[in-house]
Design a protein around this ligand. Sequence first.
Ligand SMILES: Nc1ncnc2c1ncn2[C@@H]1O[C@H](COP(=O)(O)OP(=O)(O)OP(=O)(O)O)[C@@H](O)[C@H]1O
Length: 283
Amino acid sequence: MVEELRQEYLVGEEIGRGRFGVVHRCSALSTGDIFAVKSIDKSQLSDAIDREGVELEATLACLASIDNPGVVPVHAVYENTDSIHLVMELCEGPDLLEWLHVQPKPQVSEPEAAIIMAQLMQTVAICHKREIAHRDIKPDNILFDRDGRVRLSDFGSATWFGTQNSMENKLSGLVGTPCYVAPEVLRGGEYDEKIDVWSAGVVMYIMLSGGAVPFGGDTPADVFGAVLRGNLRFPFRIFEGVSSAAKDLMRKMICRDTSRRLTAEQVLMHPWIVTGGTVMDRS
Ligand SMILES: Nc1ncnc2c1ncn2[C@@H]1O[C@H](COP(=O)(O)OP(=O)(O)OP(=O)(O)O)[C@@H](O)[C@H]1O
């Protein structure tokens, strides 16, 4: 652990763990304020893309969180040659994945899902305006603060697509999580920030289906095949009570043709979001 972190914070119990990071609760020794600290052991990162991601994570998480209440604020960063530690606001609530598992009813209601989607897409729209693509939107990276407000976390796969960074603002690299990743990422060519809209659409589908994924399979290869085919279906037994407005929005987010896929800004203007998921036309 970096010495300055040890001098300024008391690191407590583990509260989360991902592929790269271990997250602990911690308290500032000077004020007693409670935070979360995500620690990444750099020696565990064998892949060049992963190493690049870790270096960028702190910078992009800070940039994304300025005047953007939907991103977990980063309070301090400590780094040495072996590890990097991000001291962040502690999100007290469960992440969306845990929250979906503790739902007493099988499906999230449309108004509940619309609030989550509106907050998520406002956050994503601000990130995209700042030329930051998150590239790993999924329920485990959607946290809730103590007021129940959505906080997008884990900028470990994020990248900056500013004009000086890459030709014609195009991105590349195989990143993301199988069920949520957009087909253009899997195809291996260039892509843009609309990959986040696809992943957010998959999150919406999971919320309204009570946990079913649009593109599943027994192995990652099966999932990738299903994503590449991109054949979006709304099985009647699962989506019987879901409005056609919600399905219309999901079709426009989980859309293989990127020129027709909505931008994050356009998602915010869709009638299902604007009416807070209260459109009553069931189909
Ligand atoms: N600020 C926070 N407050 C509370 N819990 C957090 C916070 N940040 C992360 N966590 C918890 O720690 C877990 C792992 O964090 P995170 O997703 O950032 O790690 P990671 O190694 O980058 O994960 P991934 O495998 O998704 O790349 C999260 O799923 C969440 O439950």
